[in-house]
Design a protein around this ligand. Structure first.
Ligand code: ATP
Length: 220
């Protein structure tokens, strides 16, 4: 398996945290998994051999774990909002550069942003948006909110656009939309130019404003 040089720490091993932990580990990354609950730590011991019982809301503990040295820290504590906020604060004050935090609702998310969380995830909301996009348009394979009002969509081109140049498809001409890549069978066409002729089955990876994406995708 290809190993990933980045080091990750996941704090809180509920369903969300342990699933993040498993995916990172399966991808070959080194993961420190932490929870105050021993049973939860034991449950991930087959996923990572670096799983420990600790309370990360405690400054000394966070310091001992050197959480500031990880490339990314995920705080996946949901039901205990106080612990989530305190842990985020402690890890940020320690100097961790890239702290991602799971929030329960928009108020929780707002507090996390104010105290310096680098990326806040609202799993139910984000998954709801993605599922709705797929329900509305079966050509949409995936839809990700990437923050700052932007989204990335993975969409297969409509038959009407087959044989057209990318630059002749109205959505692709919009200045605020960018086609990052085209997946054509096993091939990836990176940063395609306007003269690229679209073929049947081409899948486009597009980035643009979240609000406009759904409407404009109809022209794809
Ligand atoms: P889900 O299971 O959907 O992810 P959730 O986010 O509500 O839901 P919880 O079941 O609350 O998840 O899991 C959060 C985990 O975080 C728990 O296992 C809990 O023991 C752990 N936790 C809470 N406070 C701390 C802390 N200060 N330091 C480390 N782990 C903590």
């Amino acid at each position: 398996m290809k190993s990933i040089s980045k080091q990750f720490a996941v704090i809180g091993l509920g369903r969300f945290g342990s699933s993040v932990c498993r995916e990172l580990s399966d991808s070959g990354a080194e993961v420190l998994a932490v929870d105050i609950n021993e049973a939860r730590v034991n449950a991930v011991s087959n996923i990572t051999n670096n799983a420990i019982v600790a309370n990360c809301s405690n400054e000394e503990t966070a310091q001992e774990l050197k959480l500031d040295e990880y490339d990314m820290v995920m705080v996946a504590i949901g039901s205990d909002v106080n612990a989530s906020i305190l842990t985020t604060l402690v890890v940020k004050e320690l100097g961790a550069k890239n702290v991602w935090v799971k929030a329960n609702d928009k108020f929780h998310a707002k507090i996390l942003q104010k105290i310096g969380a680098d990326h806040v995830i609202l799993p139910e909301r984000d998954m709801g948006v993605r599922v709705a996009r797929k329900m509305l348009d079966r050509r949409v394979f995936d839809f990700h909110d990437i923050g700052s009002g932007l989204a990335i969509s993975e969409i297969v081109i409509a038959l009407k656009n087959m044989g057209k140049k990318l630059g002749d498809v109205s959505m692709c001409k919009d200045a605020d939309m960018k086609v990052l890549a085209i997946k054509r069978g096993p091939e990836i066409i990176d940063s395609p130019d306007y003269n690229t002729v679209l073929e049947m089955g081409d899948i486009l990876f597009i980035v643009g404003p979240h609000s406009a994406m759904a409407h404009r995708m109809k022209s794809m």
